[in-house]
Design a protein around this ligand. Structure first.
Ligand SMILES: NC(=O)c1ccc[n+]([C@@H]2O[C@H](COP(=O)([O-])OP(=O)(O)OC[C@H]3O[C@@H](n4cnc5c(N)ncnc54)[C@H](O)[C@@H]3O)[C@@H](O)[C@H]2O)c1
Length: 233
């Protein structure tokens, strides 16, 4: 089950954190994994750890994405994971926010997903098999009292892209899904009252990604799947 031998996966923003865990699990399942990041040293380090290859580009720059994908060649599995801005992740009331800040999140969490998906999905359709898996967030699925409306709005946009694209490409053997992540280890909040009393680990996300990337998940598309320890239902 869930054997990815022969598949080529591209994981964006995989130079650390969730993406690095996803890259590791996909490689363990047999995929050839391309580790993308903005930073070459991060991408090279993770590629070395998982036995994959590094590809450096900024997901917000469509020309750079197209050039990077051309260098990779065939992409069977795209994991849109890049989503935390390197400029910082301010939590701010919407009424105090600025268009500059809106753009930071929309550029990365919506345009980044559109750029990478657009650059790879046509090839998947031509070959008759493909997987687009977008790492979203509970902040994009429900309202939360943590002042992340800009991030949530962009994450919700990417979820909607997956739902609509699923209709357009399903007949070509391509599925499109989104993962709704909860808090991951490292956030400064107590997890002891959570249904599963810990925060998420990158490999938790890797496991769901490996399932969605597999042949066995052939009939799962257009979904937003919470992977959050049961915290937000
Ligand atoms: N950490 C959490 O608690 C949490 C919760 C819910 C959802 N998520 C989502 O999980 C995903 C990964 O988050 P993380 O916590 O592992 O992030 P992270 O900041 O630890 O790592 C993300 C990596 O993405 C790279 N990156 C950033 N901008 C990029 C760009 N424009 N092009 C290419 N690479 C870029 C960074 O250099 C970094 O190495 C994101 O989509 C995030 O929104 C995270």
């Amino acid at each position: 089950m869930f054997d990815l031998t022969g598949r080529v996966a591209l994981v964006t923003g995989a130079g650390q954190g969730v993406g690095a865990g996803v890259a590791a699990v996909l490689a363990e399942q047999g995929a050839t994994v391309w580790v993308n990041d903005l930073f070459e040293d991060r991408a090279e380090a993770v590629a070395g750890q998982v036995g994959g290859k590094a590809v450096v580009f900024d997901v917000t720059d469509l020309d750079a994405v197209r050039a990077g994908v051309a260098g990779v060649g065939r992409v069977d599995v795209l994991v849109n994971n890049a989503g935390i801005p390197v400029e910082g992740f301010p939590q701010v009331d919407f009424k105090d926010s600025t268009p500059e800040l809106w753009r930071r999140f929309v550029d990365l969490d919506l345009y980044g997903v559109m750029n990478c998906t657009h650059a790879t999905v046509s090839g998947m359709c031509e070959r008759g098999w493909g997987r687009v898996i977008t790492v979203s967030s509970d902040a994009g699925r429900v309202g939360l009292p943590i002042r992340v409306s800009l991030y949530g709005a962009a994450k919700a946009g990417a979820i909607s892209l997956m739902k609509h694209l699923a209709y357009e490409v399903g007949a070509f053997g391509v599925t499109c899904n989104a993962l709704s992540l909860g808090g991951m280890e490292g956030i400064p909040m107590d997890a002891s009252q959570n249904p599963i009393p810990r925060w998420g680990r990158p490999r938790d996300i890797g496991a769901m990604t490996a399932f969605l990337a597999s042949d066995e998940a052939d009939w799962v598309t257009g979904q937003v799947i919470p992977v959050n320890g049961g915290v937000v239902t």
